[in-house]
Design a protein around this ligand. Sequence first.
Ligand code: 13P
Ligand code: SF4
Length: 377
Amino acid sequence: MSTRSNRVVEFERQVAGVACTARAWASVPDAPSAEERHGLKARIKRLLTEQRGVLLAHYYVEGDIQDLAEETGGCVADSLEMARFGRAQSARTLVVAGVRFMGETAKILNPEKRVLMPDLDATCSLDLGCPADEFSSFCDRHPERTVVVYANTSAAVKARADWVVTSAIALDVVRHLHECGEKILWAPDRHLGRYVQEQTGADMLLWHGACVVHEEFKALELELLKKEHPRAKVLVHPESPAEVIRLADAVGSTTQIIRAAQSLEADEFIVATDSGILHRMRMLMPKKRFIEAPTAGAGAACKSCAHCPWMAMNGLANLANALESGANEVHVDPEIARLAYRPIDRMLAFAERRNVNVRASGDLAKDGALFQRIGPA
Ligand code: 13P
Ligand code: SF4
């Protein structure tokens, strides 16, 4: 019988144009014993085979789940690749180990498939910080702007968007829209939004949201750590504050960070993203050394201590239970799903055209009209 620890997490939320602090909770399963882990992994493998299910895992979930995804022919990936890979599967069941928006995206792209998650309450501070009704009024006040939303949002927010982007493709999409003369309304991550704005020069109106993990990285302490490790290269996820991004040798999505570590001429790296990614990095590059970027220091509250409390809600026991009982199936209102499909599909088509780590699925390849529509939304 698994036990859980409840954590209260503070996050930023924009209400009537004003930023305020709100609270949410995360119920994290306690780690199973070595013996339990062994049994649970065997049970999950058997259930995936019996049900011809495919496991999609994000790099931030626990190492055992990442390994299971890899060993059973699923994927361990960033959010862009999770969406693409899920759609390319013929399996009837997709199991998404990540947070709620990832499960919803899988369902929107695959309405005919059953999408299960270990815990449907695994949310994200960016999603929580951008309620659909508030966001919709914000869009109504700026009808001249093209609405670009980050994938870390609810299906209802995506339904209001012209484009959905992930961190792997945000720069390319916004640069393209800027070249087409579009002004942009961006939500919800203000750090990523500011980074994209600086890099592209686009006219962007930003929602005031933040990730509870990345906003904790501290520039001053990072500079001190760099002094202690002068040969180390710094890898940063763009949800981090601007002062931290300025210290980076490479900035990108989780997959892009891993690729940078593989290609940069260095044997030591300081990594400013969720510590869950270190499992994969150490496995792929056993000779290189990876050091967590600092979250402590002056004014630090350690809300997340560099690990997403909602990603931590994915455990072996609730994953096995979801598969065994069919519980925790993701459902999206059909009308919202219909509206949200288009901006997600547009992103995948754009990524495929730009060769950003995705291949065309059958559906996209057939939809010639969509390819022609890529451009101003
Ligand atoms: P990636 O798309 O880079 O994997 O990021 C997802 C996420 O939630 C980062 O916090
Ligand atoms: Fe959301 Fe941050 Fe968790 Fe990613 S790490 S899912 S952005 S809260």
